[in-house]
Design a binder for this molecule. Structure first.
Ligand SMILES: [Zn+2]
Length: 133
Protein backbone atom coordinates (compact mmCIF):
# COMPACT_ATOMS: atom_id res chain seq x y z
CA UNK A 1 0.00 0.00 0.00
CA UNK A 2 1.46 3.33 -1.04
CA UNK A 3 1.54 6.30 1.25
CA UNK A 4 -1.28 7.87 -0.80
CA UNK A 5 -3.40 4.72 -0.64
CA UNK A 6 -2.96 4.58 3.12
CA UNK A 7 -4.09 8.17 3.36
CA UNK A 8 -7.18 7.47 1.25
CA UNK A 9 -7.99 4.42 3.35
CA UNK A 10 -7.65 6.48 6.49
CA UNK A 11 -9.85 9.23 5.03
CA UNK A 12 -12.39 6.63 4.01
CA UNK A 13 -12.57 5.21 7.54
CA UNK A 14 -12.78 8.68 8.95
CA UNK A 15 -15.63 9.64 6.60
CA UNK A 16 -17.56 6.50 7.47
CA UNK A 17 -17.22 7.12 11.20
CA UNK A 18 -18.16 10.77 10.87
CA UNK A 19 -21.19 9.83 8.81
CA UNK A 20 -22.22 7.19 11.34
CA UNK A 21 -21.75 9.63 14.20
CA UNK A 22 -23.70 12.25 12.27
CA UNK A 23 -26.60 9.89 11.65
CA UNK A 24 -26.62 8.89 15.31
CA UNK A 25 -26.56 12.52 16.44
CA UNK A 26 -29.34 13.40 14.00
CA UNK A 27 -31.39 10.46 15.25
CA UNK A 28 -30.98 11.57 18.85
CA UNK A 29 -31.74 15.15 17.88
CA UNK A 30 -34.87 14.01 16.06
CA UNK A 31 -36.08 12.15 19.11
CA UNK A 32 -35.31 15.12 21.35
CA UNK A 33 -37.21 17.43 19.01
CA UNK A 34 -40.20 15.11 18.96
CA UNK A 35 -40.21 15.00 22.75
CA UNK A 36 -39.85 18.76 23.04
CA UNK A 37 -42.60 19.27 20.48
CA UNK A 38 -44.95 17.03 22.44
CA UNK A 39 -44.08 18.80 25.68
CA UNK A 40 -44.59 22.22 24.07
CA UNK A 41 -47.93 21.07 22.67
CA UNK A 42 -49.02 19.88 26.12
CA UNK A 43 -48.02 23.21 27.67
CA UNK A 44 -49.85 25.09 24.92
CA UNK A 45 -52.99 23.01 25.49
CA UNK A 46 -52.78 23.50 29.25
CA UNK A 47 -52.50 27.27 28.81
CA UNK A 48 -55.47 27.20 26.47
CA UNK A 49 -57.48 25.13 28.96
CA UNK A 50 -56.60 27.52 31.78
CA UNK A 51 -57.66 30.48 29.64
CA UNK A 52 -60.97 28.87 28.70
CA UNK A 53 -61.53 27.97 32.33
CA UNK A 54 -60.91 31.57 33.38
CA UNK A 55 -63.25 32.87 30.70
CA UNK A 56 -65.91 30.41 31.80
CA UNK A 57 -65.55 31.51 35.42
CA UNK A 58 -66.06 35.12 34.35
CA UNK A 59 -69.16 34.29 32.32
CA UNK A 60 -70.58 32.24 35.17
CA UNK A 61 -70.12 35.21 37.46
CA UNK A 62 -71.82 37.51 34.97
CA UNK A 63 -74.69 35.05 34.65
CA UNK A 64 -74.88 34.83 38.44
CA UNK A 65 -75.06 38.60 38.68
CA UNK A 66 -77.85 38.65 36.08
CA UNK A 67 -79.82 36.10 38.08
CA UNK A 68 -79.19 38.01 41.28
CA UNK A 69 -80.30 41.25 39.58
CA UNK A 70 -83.63 39.54 38.88
CA UNK A 71 -83.96 38.82 42.58
CA UNK A 72 -83.17 42.42 43.55
CA UNK A 73 -85.86 43.75 41.24
CA UNK A 74 -83.89 44.84 38.17
CA UNK A 75 -84.36 41.79 35.95
CA UNK A 76 -82.12 41.14 32.99
CA UNK A 77 -83.78 40.28 29.68
CA UNK A 78 -84.10 36.50 29.74
CA UNK A 79 -82.78 36.41 26.17
CA UNK A 80 -79.60 38.11 27.34
CA UNK A 81 -79.22 35.63 30.18
CA UNK A 82 -79.85 32.69 27.85
CA UNK A 83 -77.21 34.04 25.49
CA UNK A 84 -74.75 34.16 28.39
CA UNK A 85 -75.62 30.60 29.37
CA UNK A 86 -75.10 29.47 25.77
CA UNK A 87 -71.66 31.08 25.80
CA UNK A 88 -70.89 29.14 28.97
CA UNK A 89 -72.07 25.94 27.28
CA UNK A 90 -69.66 26.60 24.40
CA UNK A 91 -66.76 27.27 26.74
CA UNK A 92 -67.57 24.15 28.73
CA UNK A 93 -67.55 22.06 25.55
CA UNK A 94 -64.23 23.57 24.49
CA UNK A 95 -62.76 22.92 27.91
CA UNK A 96 -63.78 19.28 27.98
CA UNK A 97 -62.38 18.89 24.46
CA UNK A 98 -59.06 20.36 25.58
CA UNK A 99 -58.98 18.19 28.68
CA UNK A 100 -59.73 15.14 26.58
CA UNK A 101 -56.83 15.96 24.26
CA UNK A 102 -54.56 16.54 27.24
CA UNK A 103 -55.59 13.30 28.89
CA UNK A 104 -55.04 11.27 25.74
CA UNK A 105 -51.66 9.53 25.70
CA UNK A 106 -51.19 7.82 22.34
CA UNK A 107 -47.75 6.55 23.37
CA UNK A 108 -49.29 4.57 26.22
CA UNK A 109 -51.91 2.90 24.00
CA UNK A 110 -51.76 -0.89 24.11
CA UNK A 111 -52.93 -3.63 21.79
CA UNK A 112 -56.14 -5.35 22.96
CA UNK A 113 -54.77 -8.64 21.63
CA UNK A 114 -51.28 -8.91 23.12
CA UNK A 115 -50.86 -5.82 25.30
CA UNK A 116 -47.93 -4.60 23.18
CA UNK A 117 -47.31 -0.90 22.58
CA UNK A 118 -49.39 0.62 19.80
CA UNK A 119 -48.43 3.79 17.94
CA UNK A 120 -51.04 6.40 17.08
CA UNK A 121 -52.34 5.81 13.56
CA UNK A 122 -51.46 2.11 13.50
CA UNK A 123 -54.13 -0.03 11.90
CA UNK A 124 -52.59 -3.34 12.89
CA UNK A 125 -50.56 -4.34 15.94
CA UNK A 126 -46.84 -4.43 15.20
CA UNK A 127 -46.38 -7.39 17.54
CA UNK A 128 -49.26 -9.76 16.88
CA UNK A 129 -50.93 -8.24 13.79
CA UNK A 130 -54.38 -7.93 15.32
CA UNK A 131 -56.58 -5.31 13.64
CA UNK A 132 -56.83 -2.11 15.68
CA UNK A 133 -59.51 0.65 15.72
ZN1 LIG B 1 -50.90 -7.20 19.52
Amino acid sequence: MSKEEKLYALLDTLCTSVEAAGTLALGTLGLACEGAEKAAEAVRLRCQAARVEGEMGEKLMEAGEMVYATHTGSPTESEELLEKLREIDDLKARLSELNETLGRKPESAVCPGCGGAVEEGDHFCRSCGVKLD
